[in-house]
Design a protein around this ligand. Structure first.
Ligand SMILES: Nc1ncnc2c1ncn2[C@@H]1O[C@H](COP(=O)(O)OP(=O)(O)OP(=O)(O)O)[C@@H](O)[C@H]1O
Ligand SMILES: [Mg+2]
Length: 350
């Protein structure tokens, strides 16, 4: 069985689940926001019997030993609001949920897309740039700092324009990539309090999104230069033409090697094409979006992901000898309630 860590409204997961259903691959959405109020999570470790785990939602117990491929897509925060009013108690309960669930991920006999620990480490922009550069990819000259003087020093040493951007973003703090201008100089003291990424500007308004799924590479150009904001394709994506863009083999090979070095099976990579034609690596998003590319280019990314998950599930099923729904004698299960199909998709295997 394939486990999908996300929620039922996640459109990307909906597309992949459709392909899994067509392929007859059993799958389960593990929505962590259902924890702890709606989901009962129980594990046991008994000498001789080994590790067991059950995820019970809506009266449907699922034997987690049957989960052999996991997709780390959009983990949701645990929801306790309303159930516990005291903030300290709530933080404690949330921490306990997090500790149990983190242990669970390690105990599953599953191959991951992507392993949560690898995903976390690989999302660090500083490390990505270092690995990309070591593998021979061109990266923009970059200075990450909370030191205003060093920030100014970097900007003054650059022959051309410099952009600045943040390490992370939430819905509230989202900012587009911006050029450093003279009027920003009076704000530089604030760099001390929140580090900033300063980077050589790669002009030309020509972005490339490379989506890598296992061994499959899907590359598309996003001509942000034709949109209303040439410095960041995310600002006016609807008006930036998106087309398939074959990558030169050396660039593609380096990106694939970078994914291996970062320990990622899936990644959405942002490149920019410099005016001299060079491909410049900006970042890899370990759980980045791809539907806007699939819809514009027809590149079959969702089905590639479903295929990869199905392949990993089969591989681990063969290795463990456990197939979903076949091998847990009812008397060994802690729950004997009638099964329903709320969160489980795909035909149940006999
Ligand atoms: N050095 C640069 N020169 C020119 N444009 C850039 C540069 N860095 C980023 N951009 C533009 O801004 C966009 C967003 O930057 P980037 O992908 O590095 O960071 P991000 O904020 O993490 O984005 P995401 O939302 O994909 O995580 C890029 O796709 C590109 O269009
Ligand atoms: Mg990006």
């Amino acid at each position: 069985m394939i486990g999908i860590v996300s929620h039922l409204d996640d459109l990307h997961a909906v597309h992949v689940r459709r392909h899994l259903e067509q392929a007859g691959s059993a799958h389960l959405v593990l929505d962590t926001s259902s924890l702890p109020v709606q989901v009962g999570l129980t594990t046991s470790e008994v000498p001789g019997a080994g590790w067991h785990g059950w995820w019970e939602h809506d009266g449907v117990p699922v034997d987690l030993r049957d989960v052999h491929a996991m997709w780390w897509r959009r983990p949701q925060p645990f929801v306790l609001d309303g159930a516990i009013t005291d903030a300290h108690d709530r933080a404690f309960a949330r921490g306990e949920c997090a500790a149990m669930v983190a242990g669970l991920w390690h105990c599953l006999d599953a191959e991951w897309v992507n392993d949560p620990d690898r995903d976390e480490a690989a999302s660090r922009k500083m490390w990505q740039l270092r690995v990309a550069s070591e593998l021979g990819l061109r990266v923009p000259r970059t200075c990450m700092t909370n030191d205003p003087a060093r920030a100014l020093g970097f900007i003054e040493s650059e022959p051309g324009s410099v952009v600045f951007k943040s390490f992370s973003a939430s819905e509230v703090t989202w900012r587009e990539t911006r050029l450093v201008r003279d009027e920003h100089r009076e704000l530089f003291d604030r760099v001390r309090l929140a580090p900033v990424i300063f980077q050589e500007c790669i002009p030309g308004g020509f972005d490339i999104r490379v989506t890598i799924v296992g061994d499959e590479v899907f590359s598309a150009e996003i001509r942000s230069g034709e949109s209303s904001y040439d410095l960041d394709f995310r600002v006016d994506t609807e008006n930036a033409p998106i087309e398939v863009h074959p990558l030169p083999e050396p660039v593609e090979g380096r990106l694939v090697r970078m994914m291996r070095r970062l320990g990622l099976r899936y990644g959405a990579i942002d490149l920019r094409r410099a005016p001299d034609g060079d491909y410049v690596f900006l970042e890899v998003n370990p759980a980045g979006q791809w539907l806007f590319i699939e819809l514009a280019t027809g590149q079959p990314i969702s089905s590639a992901l479903a295929r990869l998950l199905g392949y990993l599930d089969e591989k681990m099923t063969a290795r463990t000898g456990r197939r979903a729904g076949t091998s847990t004698p009812p008397h060994q299960q802690p729950f004997h309630r009638e099964r329903r199909t709320t969160q489980i998709g795909g035909p149940r295997r006999a």
